[in-house]
Design a protein around this ligand. Structure first.
Ligand SMILES: [Zn+2]
Length: 411
């Protein structure tokens, strides 16, 4: 694998000058795009951050005349670029189509992030489907849950009959008991630097919020413990009361109708996704210039289809234990090409890195020159969260912790 695209070549690829100049040197541009790796993505990010030099990747990839690489033939030094960016002229602001209503988009926002359970396994939260360590595997073995099938715990019809197993599980997984990983804080850095358009998560562990991702920047596609309501009269419930009830192991009952069970606003099987998922994805994906996907096997729809909704010129970086594709469910059923593609023929803008998420995020932070910042943020915020945990008597009620999972999978 190449060590990353030459910055000069990458810059030219992203610049309309390439197509206008009609350079006489002939190079197969797609060949270089196929070698896009983590370092190439970091270089691409630096260019986007520093110059807003975003042009149509696909358009440039089609030209058959390209300039030479840098005169030395070497990959440029990242530090040099960083200083260029710092000292260079202020980049012109760019406007995004479809920006309407997205109040917090800065001119620099260009990244959409998608996450799954693999992001949180390092925090000690089990993923759902791993064979030995996954939640479903445990529910199958643990007779105290007494479920018709492991998945029933998240079925709305089953919950209506018997909410006890879910409450038992929620007692263990309730937000506040676990802390975000370094990867979560890498995503926080993307937000703090104004680069994040939105973070779409399938996770219900609330770790994005604990890491400081703002409401506006977050789409919790499968809901969260952030709110709760009655399954009969749909009245919103007081979260403090719900938290106390769940952490004490009892099923919360609605204070309005005095009979309905109260369920945290997690999307169960048989329930629709929050409208925010459709609304924001329609706004965000078309303007996204870099898609970063962490710790998900992209098996659950419609979430997995998001990867298909960015433009053909948008690089897609997958940080996961295995290369997965996701994509449009219908196309996939019809056997049509869809989703991520790491093949030599078509994989010109998809990058796969198979390390654990935290390792990949550390590497990316290194390449971007953000590592110190990441470490300081991580330590500072984690200390605060640990203090908060110690001072919450409700969290001390639960002794049992789920078995430490391994590997990455997804909900
Ligand atoms: Zn009610």
């Amino acid at each position: 694998m190449a060590t990353g695209l030459s910055l000069e070549l990458l810059e030219r690829l992203l610049s309309s000058k390439l197509t206008e100049s009609g350079d006489s040197e002939s190079t197969n541009v797609e060949k270089y795009l196929e070698t896009l790796d983590l370092e190439g993505v970091a270089n691409y990010m630096k260019l986007c951050i520093g110059k807003q030099g975003l042009k149509n990747y696909r358009k440039t990839a089609k030209v058959d005349k390209t300039p030479e690489m840098s005169s030395s033939g070497e990959v440029s030094d990242g530090d040099q670029l960083s200083s260029e960016i710092t000292e260079g002229p202020t980049p012109p602001s760019i406007s995004f189509p479809g920006e309407k209503g997205a109040t917090s988009l800065t001119p620099e926002s260009f990244i959409v992030v998608m996450t799954g359970a693999g992001l949180s396994t390092a925090a000690g939260i089990p993923d759902f489907r791993s064979e030995d360590s996954g939640l479903y595997s445990r529910l199958k073995k643990d007779s105290s849950f007494d479920l018709p099938s492991p998945e029933s715990i998240f079925h709305i019809d089953y919950f209506k009959q018997n909410p006890v197993p879910f409450v038992k599980l929620a007692q263990e997984l309730f937000p506040g008991r676990f802390n975000p990983t370094k990867s979560h804080f890498f995503l926080r850095l993307l937000q703090d630097k104004g680069l994040l358009i939105r973070l779409y998560t399938q996770n219900i562990d609330g770790l994005e919020r604990r890491a400081g991702i703002l409401d506006d920047k977050l789409v919790e596609a499968h809901g969260s413990f952030h709110g709760a309501r009655c399954i009969d009269c749909t009245a919103d419930a007081d979260m403090q009361v719900v938290k106390e009830s769940i952490l004490k192991g009892s099923v919360p009952i609605c204070s309005q109708c005095n009979k309905g069970f109260v369920k945290p606003n997690i999307v169960f099987f048989g329930e629709a996704l929050p409208p925010r998922f459709q609304d924001k994805s329609a706004e965000d994906l078309p303007i996204c210039k870099l898609l970063i996907i962490l710790g998900t096997s992209l098996k659950v729809h419609p979430f997995a289809g998001l990867v298909e909704r960015v433009s053909d010129s948008c690089p897609r970086l997958l940080l996961n234990k295995e290369p997965v594709t996701g994509g449009d469910m219908l196309k996939s059923m019809l056997g049509l090409p869809t989703g991520l593609d790491f093949s030599e023929e078509r994989g010109y803008r998809d990058v796969f890195v198979g390390d654990p998420c935290d390792i990949s995020c550390e590497k990316l932070a290194d390449l971007l020159g953000w590592r110190d910042e990441l470490e300081v943020l991580y330590k500072k915020e984690l200390d605060l969260l640990l203090e908060e945990q110690k001072s919450d008597p409700l969290l001390q009620l639960v002794e049992h912790t789920p078995s430490t999972p391994q590997g990455q999978d997804e909900i």
